[in-house]
Ligand binder design. Structure first.
Ligand code: DP6
Length: 328
C-alpha cells in the first residue's frame, strides 16, 4: 500500500449561486463568483487508499458498489491526483454519508471536498487549503467552497490557478438555521453538470452575470452586518435569477415541483407575519429555508404540514473539510 487517508466534509448551501462555466467545462471555471454556508449536521466521509495491488479504481458509497457514472467521475478525479503526485497506482474509495443520496441534497460538494482532502493526503501531497479548494473544484465546482467552514466565497478567478474559495466569516459569526425542506420528486432532475452547460443558451444569463458583483457585495455586507432583511432580499433574488436562467435555457430546465412553490409562498407569508425566514433553491425541488434560530421551530412545523413536503432537515453553519483518524 502506498497511502491511505480519511476526511469528512459537509455540503454547502449557496446564497449567491454558481451557474455556468467559462471555457473548458472540465476546469469548472465559474462564470460568476458565489457565496455559501458550509453546513454542520450533514456530512460525507471519504477514505481513499492507493494500493499497487489494485487493478482498477473502485468506489463504494454507503457500502454498495457505485454505479458506472459515479465511478467514472471519481476515476477522472483520481487521474488528476495521480498526475499531481506522479503516482501510477489505482485507489479504492469508500464513501459514507449521514443523509440519503438522491433525496435532493447536493451531495457532490461534500463528497469531492472530502475526497480531495483524503486523496491528496493519501497520495503524499502536502497541500494548502487554497490548493485543496482548487483541486476539489475540479471534482465539483461547489466542492471548492466546502473545504472551508462557515461563510465562504468562491472567487471566480480567470484560470485554474485563480479560481478558488476563501473563508469570509467563521461559523459562529451568525448562527442562522437552514431548514432543508425535502419535496417528493416526480422526475429525476437533470444534474448540475449538464445544467451548467445549458446556462449560456438562456438570453437571461448575460443579465444575471452583469449584476453578479452587485449581488455578491450586497450578500457580503448583509452577512457582515447580520442584517436578515437585506440577506433575504438578495438571496431570494439570486435564486430566482438562476431559476429564470434555467427556465429559459434550451431545452428549459424546470426543477420546481408544485410543493416547491407552496413552500416559497408560505415562506413569504411567514416573513410578512414577522418571522426571519427566506428561501433559496438549488438544482432540484428541495427548498432551503434560512431562518433565525428563534423562528426555526415554528417555521419548520408550518412547512412540514404542506402537501408534497416529505420532511424537514435542519443544519447550521459548520466546519470545513478535515482529516479524521482511523479506518472507514
Ligand atoms: C445550483 O457544483 O453541483 O447548486 O461542478 O457540475 O458538480 P458541478 O456542479 P455543482 O453546481 C452547483 C449548482 C448550484 C448552485 C451552487 O451551489 O452554487
Amino acid at each position: 500500500m502506498i497511502g491511505s487517508a480519511r476526511a469528512v466534509a459537509g455540503p454547502n448551501i449557496a446564497l449567491i449561486k454558481y451557474w455556468g462555466n467559462r471555457g473548458d467545462p472540465a476546469l469548472r471555471l465559474a462564470a460568476n463568483g458565489s457565496i455559501s454556508i458550509t453546513l454542520d449536521s450533514l456530512w460525507t466521509e471519504v477514505q481513499v487508499t492507493f494500493d499497487e495491488s489494485l487493478r482498477a479504481d473502485s468506489l463504494r458509497v454507503n457500502d454498495q458498489a457505485a454505479d458506472a457514472a459515479r465511478l467514472a467521475r471519481t476515476h477522472g478525479f483520481l487521474q488528476t491526483i495521480r498526475r499531481f503526485a506522479s503516482l501510477e497506482c489505482y485507489a479504492s474509495v469508500e464513501s459514507r454519508t449521514n443523509f440519503p443520496i438522491g433525496a435532493g441534497i447536493a451531495s457532490s460538494a461534500a463528497a469531492f471536498a472530502a475526497m480531495a482532502m483524503a486523496a491528496g493526503h493519501a497520495a503524499g501531497l502536502q497541500l494548502e487549503l487554497s490548493e485543496l479548494s482548487r483541486l476539489a473544484r475540479l471534482g465539483s465546482g461547489s466542492a471548492c467552497r466546502s473545504i472551508f467552514g462557515g461563510y465562504v466565497e468562491w472567487i471566480a478567478g480567470a484560470s485554474d490557478q485563480t479560481s478558488q474559495a476563501e473563508p469570509l466569516f467563521p461559523p459562529n459569526h451568525w448562527e442562522l438555521v437552514d431548514l432543508i425542506v425535502l419535496i417528493d420528486e416526480v422526475h429525476k432532475p437533470v444534474g448540475s453538470t449538464e445544467g451548467h452547460a445549458l446556462a449560456s443558451t438562456s438570453p437571461l444569463q448575460p443579465a444575471r452575470l452583469a449584476d453578479a458583483s452587485r449581488r455578491l457585495d450586497a450578500c457580503r455586507r448583509a452577512i457582515r452586518q447580520r442584517d436578515f432583511a437585506a440577506l433575504a432580499q438578495v438571496v431570494e433574488l439570486d435564486s430566482n435569477m438562476m431559476h429564470a436562467v434555467m427556465l429559459t435555457s434550451t431545452p428549459p430546465l424546470i426543477y420546481w415541483q408544485p410543493a416547491t412553490l407552496s413552500v416559497i409562498d408560505r415562506v413569504v407569508r411567514l416573513r410578512q407575519d414577522g418571522a426571519a425566514v427566506c428561501y433559496t433553491i438549488d438544482a432540484g425541488p428541495t427548498v432551503h429555508c434560512l431562518c433565525a434560530p428563534q423562528d426555526a421551530d415554528s417555521v419548520s412545523s408550518a412547512l412540514a404540514q404542506l402537501k408534497g413536503v416529505q420532511r424537514v432537515l435542519r443544519a447550521s453553519p459548520g466546519e470545513g473539510a478535515r482529516l479524521v483518524d482511523g479506518a472507514a
